[in-house]
Design a binder for this molecule. Structure first.
Ligand SMILES: *[C@@H]1O[C@H](CO)[C@@H](O)[C@H](O)[C@H]1NC(C)=O
Ligand SMILES: *[C@@H]1O[C@H](CO)[C@@H](O)[C@H](O)[C@H]1NC(C)=O
Ligand SMILES: *[C@@H]1O[C@H](CO)[C@@H](O)[C@H](O)[C@H]1NC(C)=O
Ligand SMILES: *[C@@H]1O[C@H](CO)[C@@H](O)[C@H](O)[C@H]1NC(C)=O
Ligand SMILES: *[C@@H]1O[C@H](CO)[C@@H](O)[C@H](O)[C@H]1NC(C)=O
Ligand SMILES: *[C@@H]1O[C@H](CO)[C@@H](O)[C@H](O)[C@H]1NC(C)=O
Length: 628
């Protein structure tokens, strides 16, 4: 359980505490809770002899070097291109400095904790020591209590807050158990906690700008790709006829959030029709923060299955049965932070840990590390760039750190044009997100420069796969410019060219031309054929484009692995370079309306509607095989 710890508590507090510290250092409040979480009450003082497994999360070092490290691995001009780091190297590069570990050790020692009792966590991000409640109260200048939940279970903590010596607090992200309530159960008193309802999902939404409708099954061929886009259409559009040979070494994963869940019968029906060899294949289930590790693929509520059905039908329609496909099923509110926590245990506490106000509470012990990421991670969910800036920076930094290991993060760019995905919000003059009109509000994490954002295209009415595609017209393919992340160097040239060509045709006060531009690439996203609740359905969106692009990139990785090269990892610096100029079909027609405007126009070259364009698979492979 995690509770309403506010960031303000971390940043604002400078109240000092005179009492209760044997070492004379001035103490400052580090974290506290404004109120107990619902259904919890303060029960009694904690027994001074009870043992607490104290964990001190240390501040990571060298984060400011992340961009430089990453470019050294991902810039196609770098002699070290593709030499991704091992998880251990990444841990080492960003592990707390010696200064940090020494400062914390010295504090513990000065307050009477024998250094021999202190252990470092395996990833060097925590210091661990078993202390008595009495010792903890002195160390942290606080009082420990036992709290009781309505269901009878108990937790121990100090919700009034805890204090650290002033010279130590810059080296520490957080200490547990304190105010976080994700703590030890107290023996026999602890009944099993009742399942509590979760707070509504953060602001991550599945893009579903495309209307869902029953379809005329006579269009289930590769000819009418303007009326019904099938697996064969994508193969024809992108020359995608891969011969996968490295399927045991290679990996790809699709992320599903909160209660979104796959229906196995739908998947089977779809594969029987479009990829019969794969009809008996299911994804590999990777549960994250779930209370059951057994998949249940029998849900039939279309609101819960439409996205996962679409995602897996497309990926597995394109690369199964040869290539195993993984499902990262993220529980709780389905925060992307929970996914990243599961990939990297150090992220659980990084910069103060997740934000329970946004990420919501978890009813289960959180998965911190232990989940192996896949080479390509496809996420058909995104939210507006209206999370707190600190929250977005923290999450984006982590995506960058994971990218150093050669992982590609693909996110849908959204289905509401220049407005935020799902909510359709824009920015009012005072900076708050409001229903339009207003300044454009792009989507996060798509705007994180370490993410490759995928937009959506269509075969125009009456046209075929041999004609150029356009930006989708039934909904605006998400695109625009970040208000948080500055324009990265890798897209400097293309974005400047676009802005020049755009001239004054879009009111420049509506967007931040210095921000990172999205999307990076695009793929067909309308009208996509899927089987949902046993019916052939027309749907689509950037949430269809993303798994299609993921399948194509996975086959590129296969080709690189076959040549004893590494996976492509963070592709942005490569695909924007002149080496890749012919690897994408430039999309030059269409707009992405939103916020009471027509949005941006697609133009020659990169544009904030369709990015660099749609992939040409054989060329993409060739170009990525040029690189070391
Ligand atoms: C704390 O005590 C537990 C239970 O005895 C033990 O498993 C753990 O290794 C100890 N931790 C440290 C840091 O000594
Ligand atoms: C696929 O690749 C394998 C191994 O390189 C080769 O033996 C086989 O002929 C290829 N199949 C096709 C259809 O190209
Ligand atoms: C900001 O502006 C919007 C729209 O004008 C308004 O609804 C909202 O109350 C304002 N918020 C603040 C904090 O001023
Ligand atoms: C441009 O896209 C629209 C749909 O948005 C389509 O009707 C039109 O035919 C396209 N024009 C060209 C030149 O491709
Ligand atoms: C524009 O984007 C930059 C980052 O590139 C940011 O620092 C700045 O605050 C943004 N301006 C507005 C008005 O949002
Ligand atoms: C699927 O088709 C059946 C039969 O036509 C219909 O009864 C059912 O409502 C449809 N389901 C959905 C989700 O449209």
């Amino acid at each position: 359980m995690v509770m309403l710890r506010t960031l303000a508590a971390l940043l604002v507090s400078v109240a000092t505490v005179a009492a209760a510290s044997p070492s004379r250092a001035r103490r400052v409040l580090h974290e506290r809770l404004d109120a107990l979480p619902p259904r919890w009450s303060l029960h009694r003082r904690a027994d001074p002899d009870a043992v607490l497994p104290l964990s001190i999360a240390l501040r990571q070092g060298n984060i400011h070097n992340l961009d430089e490290h990453l470019l050294n691995l991902a810039d196609p001009e770098s002699p070290n291109y593709g030499q991704w780091w091992t998880p251990a190297q990444v841990v080492q590069a960003f592990q707390p400095s010696t200064e940090t570990t020494e400062a914390v050790r010295a504090w513990l020692s000065a307050d009477g904790i024998d250094p021999a009792r202190v252990r470092m966590s395996k990833d060097h991000s925590y210091m661990l020591v078993n202390v008595s409640v009495a010792e903890a109260e002195q160390l942290l200048a606080t009082t420990y209590y036992v709290y009781q939940h309505e269901d009878g279970s108990e937790d121990i903590g100090c919700h009034h807050g805890y204090h650290l010596p002033e010279h130590v607090r810059d080296h520490v992200d957080l200490v547990t158990p304190t105010v976080h309530f994700e703590m030890i159960k107290l023996g026999a008193h602890g009944g099993k906690r009742a399942k509590r309802s979760l707070s509504p999902a953060g602001k991550m939404r599945r893009p579903h700008g495309a209307p869902t409708q029953k379809m005329d099954e006579s269009y289930l061929n590769a000819v009418d790709c303007d009326k019904a886009a099938t697996i064969d259409c994508f193969r024809a559009l992108y020359n995608f006829y891969p011969n996968l040979t490295q399927t045991q070494k290679n990996s790809v994963g699709v992320v599903e959030l909160a209660d979104q869940t796959l229906n196995a019968d739908d998947l089977k029906q779809f594969l029987q029709k479009f990829n019969p060899a794969a009809a008996d294949t299911l994804p590999i289930f990777n549960p994250i923060d779930l209370d059951s590790n057994t998949p249940d693929f029998t849900e039939t509520d279309p609101d819960l299955i439409s996205e996962p059905d679409l995602d897996f039908e497309l990926v597995m329609g394109l690369i199964s049965p040869q290539q195993p496909v993984q499902l990262f099923q993220v529980g709780g509110s389905g925060s992307i932070n929970f996914l990243l926590d599961a990939f990297d245990g150090g992220f659980c506490s990084f910069e103060g840990g997740d934000d329970p106000d946004i990420d919501g509470p978890l009813d289960v012990t959180e998965d911190c590390g232990g989940t192996k990421p896949a080479n390509v991670i496809s996420v058909s969910f995104t939210g507006g760039e209206d999370f707190p800036p600190f929250y977005m920076q923290r999450q984006c930094t982590e995506i960058g750190k994971l990218s150093m290991m050669g992982i590609t993060f693909l996110f849908a760019s959204g289905d509401n044009g220049v407005a935020s995905n799902g909510d359709n919000l824009c920015l009012a003059a005072n900076g708050t997100a409001v229903p339009g009109p207003g300044r454009f509000l792009p989507n996060f994490p798509s705007t994180c420069p370490y993410v490759t954002a995928v937009g959506a295209t269509q075969v125009d009415s009456g046209k075929s796969v041999h004609d150029p595609e356009s930006a989708t017209s039934l909904f605006g393919s998400g695109g625009g410019f970040s208000n948080v992340f500055p324009r990265p160097k890798f897209q400097q040239r293309q974005v400047e060219t676009y802005l020049k060509r755009l001239g004054n045709s879009v009111d420049s006060s509506l967007f931040n031309s210095s921000g990172r531009g999205i999307p990076d690439v695009s793929a067909n996203g309308l009208p996509t054929v899927a089987v949902i609740d046993a019916n052939y359905t027309l749907t689509g969106g950037t949430s269809a484009s993303t798994p299609i692009f993921a399948a194509i990139l996975t086959a590129v990785n296969d080709a690189r692995l076959a040549h004893n090269k590494t996976p492509v990892g963070w592709i942005n610096p490569a695909i924007y370079s002149h080496w890749f100029a012919d690897a994408f079909h430039d999309i030059t027609n269409g707009t992405n309306p939103g916020c009471g405007t027509d949005g941006f126009p697609a133009l020659r070259g990169w544009d904030p509607v369709t990015g660099l364009g749609t992939p040409d698979f054989p060329t993409l492979v060739k170009r990525f095989l040029w690189l070391p």
